[in-house]
Structures are given as C-alpha cells and as structure tokens.
Design a protein around this ligand. Structure first.
Ligand code: ZN
Length: 203
C-alpha cells in the first residue's frame, strides 16, 4: 500500500505558507506505517513543537494502473473521505530552508489519518465536494474539491506517470487554507458533505 500526497493544491493555502503556486502537482509520499489504524490513539510526537493539522480529501485507488490517461482516471478510484496529513511544521520549515526532503516532517508513524470511506457512486458531484475540519467544535478549515488547482482525475493521471497505482493505495489531495496548530487535549473532527468522517483526540 502506498500513500501519495499532493502539496500546494489550493492557491489560498500555498500563499498562507508563502509558497509559489506550482504549474505541476507537488507529490510526496508517506510509508504504510504512517497510517493511523482505527481505534489507535494519536500521540503528539516528541520531536516537534509545532504540530499542524492539514485536512484533505482522500481518494482510494480501486484498480491497478500505470500511464493512466486523464479521461479514464475516474475508473481508478472508488471511494473518497476526509483525512489529515499531520505535519511537524517546525521540522518542515528547517528542511525546506535547507532544500532537504520532507519525510521527517510528514512521513512519521501515524501522521496519516483517514476517515470512513464513502463510495464515489454515493457522491452527488465529485467536482464540488465540500469538506471541513473542526477543532474543539469550532470550524478551522473549510474547502471544496471545486477549489483544487489539480482535480482528482488529473492527479491520478499525473501520479501514474511516475508510479504504478495499485488497489488499496490512497491519495491525499491537498489542504485548503486554515492549517494550524494542535496541542495535547485538542479534539479534531473531519467532515465531508456535512457528515462526520472521523474524530480524534490529541493525546
Ligand atoms: Zn498536505
């Protein structure tokens, strides 16, 4: 299983972190060990002092493929949910400043949270899926797939030019504006189209 992530896929989020808006999708990966298993508590990692949430729509790959044309890419994922790409922002800023890879900031154990899957067939319009994140019952992020710079099909197609995609792989499709810090005791709840997808407490 592979976990792909897209960076800077919403213009407003790219500018809040002072990043340029890229022409091509920014792709990075997390290992399988990054996946927070259900019913496992989430612990604040000891190596960071600035843990950020990034709420994102996540795709589930349902068909093996490589060099997938964009017009067929919709056949390669069958479910969508909301997830969190947890980021050690202090470490990421250090690594970025030195031009080094991001893994220590993004790919650590349990840094990928995935909500319950909703079949694509049950989604009214995948080009405009609203989603959001609440922290301690207050909305902190709100987005829609309509605001993505690269849509689901173009992301799947793009990734498949470099990596085979396989059944069970997942793709985090980028975070909208509003990323921020969490501390121990905070509760996060992710929504998609008004329905709760996951809830977790920072331990
Ligand atoms: Zn992200």
């Amino acid at each position: 299983m592979k976990i792909f992530c897209v960076g800077r896929n919403y213009a407003a989020h790219a500018s809040e972190l002072g990043n340029e808006i890229p022409d091509e999708p920014v792709i990075f990966m997390k290992p399988k060990s990054a996946l927070l298993q259900q019913h496992t508590p989430f612990y604040y990692p000891e190596f960071t002092n600035e843990l950020h949430y990034e709420a994102e729509l996540v795709l589930r790959i349902s068909k093996n493929g490589k060099y997938i044309q964009e017009k067929f890419a919709g056949k390669y994922y069958d479910a969508i949910t909301t997830g969190i790409d947890f980021t050690a922002r202090d470490i990421q800023n250090e690594l970025k400043a030195k031009g080094l890879p991001w893994e220590k900031a993004k790919a650590w154990d349990n840094s990928a949270v995935i909500g319950k899957w909703v079949p694509v067939a049950d989604i009214k319009n995948k080009k405009d899926i609203s989603f959001g994140l609440y922290k301690n019952k207050e909305m902190v992020q709100k987005g829609s797939s309509a605001l993505m710079l690269h849509n689901f099909d173009s992301i799947v197609s793009y990734i498949s030019n470099f990596f085979s995609v396989n059944i069970g792989d997942v793709i985090f499709t980028g975070t909208p504006a509003g990323v921020g810090e969490v501390v121990v005791g905070d509760e996060l709840e992710g929504f998609m189209e008004e329905a709760s997808m996951f809830r977790l407490e920072i331990k």
